[in-house]
Design a protein around this ligand. Structure first.
Ligand SMILES: Cc1cc2nc3c(=O)[nH]c(=O)nc-3n(C[C@H](O)[C@H](O)[C@H](O)COP(=O)(O)O)c2cc1C
Length: 342
């Protein structure tokens, strides 16, 4: 299957064929009319880059420093819950790829054990005061634990490879949420989230001694206040369009947030990145590091661990080729001058 992955869209197309619709739609879907998701990508792809010629670009470096660590590539894996729905063992495959390629992996968790387990940074996601309705999930009857009616049964039966492998591995559950799996109590994805406020951020900052990253920020005013509250980095994102259908594309807010927090403050970026060119665009407009969500799950859905590796290598190659076209040799030196301002 990996021999057919020449773009992230290829991985998505293959994943769509191989996954039960319930699972594919959970991964691929977005909030409400899904316009935020569409705009994320459109806004990135509408930006043009200026090619430069006659530069010796034979040797190129993609290595990027972020939060005191040197990574091999300027991109990493965004936090995603329930990854194993994309294909059995996806979480493991993502971790293996992160180690193999020396890229950061964020693990979605609700556990309170993070410091003991040894994570180097805590990402506090703040753009989910309430989980937004995702219409595909509602229409498909997506719920946890799974409720398998005739429609879902047909969906699983017509995708036997996913279903059998899932049965032989284990039915996906949230390892950190013990109520899931019990038939009496289903996990309430909203529980307690609306209570997260500025005081909560202060408390987390006091208690967490390592790097603290606040994820899901679009407002420059919020960004300034989070910076003042002592967060080590801000993660500019609209959750891949999965929360507010009318949210602006993060790439539009990124340069304004950069302006608000100053040149040196660490900024992460995600939402809508589907190519190496878009990775470079986000770096040019002020991101220090770029994350991707769905593309890695498309890779896993298309070809398991090999698919995750294929997506990583594809993106790395695209970033490298983009640098060459721009007459650049070092990803650390990308700046706004490569963007053609309209
Ligand atoms: C299946 C799925 C599950 C996600 N779960 C979480 C989560 O638990 N916590 C979180 O902060 N973001 C979560 N996200 C959002 C991602 O971290 C990221 O912001 C988003 O996927 C980026 O957009 P992209 O998919 O266009 O790259 C999830 C996204 C997807 C697709």
């Amino acid at each position: 299957m990996t021999s057919q992955i020449f773009s992230i869209d290829d991985a998505r197309r293959i994943a769509r064929q191989r996954l039960p619709r319930l699972m594919f739609d959970f991964i691929d879907g977005a909030a409400g009319n899904e316009r935020a998701k569409g705009r994320n990508r459109e806004a990135l792809e509408a930006l043009c880059l200026m090619p430069r010629v006659l530069v010796n670009v034979d040797q190129r470096s993609l290595s990027k420093r972020f939060l005191d660590r040197q990574w091999d590539y300027p991109f990493g894996i965004a936090p995603m819950g329930m990854c194993d729905l994309a294909w059995p063992n996806t979480d493991k495959h993502l971790a293996t790829a992160a180690a193999k390629y020396n890229i950061p992996l964020s693990l979605s968790t609700m556990a309170s054990r993070a410091e003991k387990v040894g994570y180097s940074a805590l990402i506090l996601t703040v753009d989910v005061p309430q989980v937004a309705p995702r219409l595909r999930d509602l229409r498909n009857g997506f719920s946890l634990p799974f409720r398998i009616g005739p429609r879902q049964f047909w969906d699983f039966a017509t995708h036997p490879r996913w279903s059998l492998q899932t049965l032989f591995t284990r039915v996906p559950s949230l390892a950190n949420v013990p109520t899931v799996g019990s038939q009496e109590k289903s996990f309430n994805r909203n529980a307690g989230r609306g209570l997260v406020d500025w005081n909560f951020l202060d408390r987390i900052r006091d208690r967490w001694p390592r790097k603290l990253i606040v994820k899901g920020v679009l407002s420059p005013d919020d960004a300034k206040r989070i910076q003042t509250a002592g967060a080590d980095a801000i993660y500019v994102s609209n959750h891949g369009g999965r929360q507010l259908a009318s949210a602006p594309p993060p790439i539009q807010m990124l340069p304004i947030i950069r302006e608000a927090v100053g040149a040196e403050y660490p900024l992460l970026f995600d939402s809508g990145i589907r190519s190496g060119e878009s990775v470079v665009k986000a770096l040019a407009l002020g991101a220090d590091f770029v994350m991707l969500g769905r593309p890695f799950l498309y890779g896993s859905g298309a070809a398991g661990g090999e698919g995750v590796n294929a997506v990583t290598e594809l993106l790395a190659n695209e970033v490298s080729v983009t640098l060459a076209q721009l007459g650049q040799t070092d990803i650390e030196e990308i700046d706004r001058s490569i963007i053609i301002e309209s």
